[in-house]
Design a binder for this molecule. Structure first.
Ligand code: HSE
Length: 441
């Protein structure tokens, strides 16, 4: 490890997958970083906060660096930058608040903390004039925060569309390619170590939504209230809908959308959606992530890469460390001060006013007039039908129950919801209709 005098002192909280990746990356590339960033930018890790100092570790770390006491790490006189990798929103908040209070810049990969408690964290950052860096919080090894914050600083951003949860992307891919049902695909993702031990946030959409909220905050300048964000996960995606999507030329992806409308309002949502097979995001498979950004000037840009994992995420942490180190050593009165929200509040577009085309599957009793009954209620709501589809089981041409799919023209989500309420009351509709947005992007 780097031990030169004058090195930038680092305290690391959390030494799991990403923390040990940071240690390894600095050990491997510390010299290269100093060559590139200048002789003042060398790092020395002085303390590492862990739960169990006696646990055997893959990385060869001097055991005297381990401590269980994050407060003493933050207060350590040689620690100048604090890296928070413990996750969660309670203790991590205390740790980040203490670091900022002590004037020590924070590097974090904690999307939940910043999306749920960003208001408090950034207020502290502002009050103590101490930056928070969070490249590792969004899309692992893809440098999307830097791109959004710095590379596109001179552009209006109209649309961000992203696949930013690798676990759900893997599960949907396996359901699509191998015809697995959701529980089997989830089990496989867990066995391969892709899903977190508690996979809740991966599959209920919130991990991706947190990341989308951070991207939205960067490009639109205000923190987004999680209570106002529309989030649906992949737990209820059924192989039947994936099959229908395939038949119709689409793939199902957990898609995040952040769109600026002409009236200045921001649409932000995360949900499993149909995207055309021909769209570049349709070929993002496995645990990979991709973020497409559209804005004035540059037009379209696409970022693709590994959204999770030890080395990719550590790469983003180290990049932030270098920014923080440079600011401390080379530009103490300026330099890269990370991101601070520059608007107090913006207007989010209510979900009922957001518009797309739709796929709606109605499980119905197959009696004469079913299609006409549904179509007439859709017509009454002013919703156009662009196509219909149904599965035919060759052995059961007279099956009593069928799934009727309607492809609907673009309309506000609220209009669709009201129409579906009326349709659900029809005696022939046996279960709640299943809705997917069709995104044209
Ligand atoms: N569990 C996340 C994913 C990575 O599957 O993409 C960390 O946010």
């Amino acid at each position: 490890m780097i031990t030169n005098d004058g090195a930038v002192g680092v305290g690391l909280a959390g030494f799991g997958t990403v923390g040990s990746g940071v240690w390894n990356t600095l050990a491997r590339n510390g010299g290269l970083i100093t060559e590139r960033a200048g002789s003042a930018v060398k790092f020395e890790i002085h303390q590492i906060v862990v739960r169990d100092p006696d646990k055997p570790r893959a990385a060869s770390v001097p055991t005297e660096l381990f401590t269980t006491d994050w407060q003493s790490m933050v207060e350590h006189p040689l620690v100048e930058i604090v890296v928070e990798l413990i996750g969660g929103t309670e203790e991590a908040f205390e740790l980040v608040a203490a670091s900022l209070g002590a004037g020590k810049p924070v590097v974090t990969g904690n999307k939940a903390l910043l999306a749920e408690r960003g208001e408090e964290v950034f207020a502290l950052a502002r009050r103590h004039q101490t930056p928070v860096y969070f490249e590792a919080a969004v899309a692992g090894g893809i440098p999307i925060i830097k791109a959004a914050r710095e590379s596109f600083i001179g552009n209006q951003i109209d649309l961000i569309s992203g696949i930013i949860n690798g676990t759900s992307n893997y599960i949907l891919m396996r359901m699509t390619e191998a015809g697995l049902d959701y529980p089997t695909a989830l089990k496989e993702a867990k066995e391969l170590g892709y899903a977190e031990a508690d996979e809740t946030l991966d599959v209920n959409g919130w991990d991706a939504a947190h990341k989308a909220m951070l991207l939205g905050a960067i490009v639109h300048g205000f923190l987004i209230d999680p209570d106002e964000v529309y989030v649906r996960g992949i737990e209820y995606v059924r192989p039947l809908d994936i099959c229908f999507a395939k038949d119709l030329g689409y793939v199902v992806k957990l898609l995040c959308i952040v769109r600026q409308h002409e009236d200045g309002s921001i649409e932000i949502r995360t949900q499993p959606s149909f995207i055309p097979k021909t769209n570049i995001l349709a070929s993002v498979n496995d645990v990979f992530n991709a973020v497409a950004i559209r804005g004035d000037g540059f037009g379209d840009a696409l970022f693709y890469g590994r959204g999770a994992g030890q080395d990719p995420t550590a790469s983003s942490v180290v990049s932030d460390l270098v920014d923080a180190g440079r600011s401390l050593r080379e530009a103490p009165k300026g330099g890269n001060q990370g991101f601070l929200p520059y608007r107090k509040k913006g207007t989010l577009k209510p979900i009922d006013e957001t518009e797309t085309a739709y796929y709606v599957r109605f499980p119905v009793t197959d009696r004469p007039g079913v299609v006409a009954d549904i179509a007439s209620l859709l017509a009454k709501a002013g919703i156009g039908i662009s196509g219909t589809h149904s599965s035919i089981v060759p052995d059961e041409p007279d099956a009593a129950f069928v799934d009727m799919v309607f492809l609907l023209h673009t309309c506000p989500f609220g209009t669709l919801k009201s129409a579906l309420k009326a349709i659900e009351d029809l005696d022939c509709v046996t279960e709640r209709p299943v809705v997917f947005r069709i995104e044209t992007l």
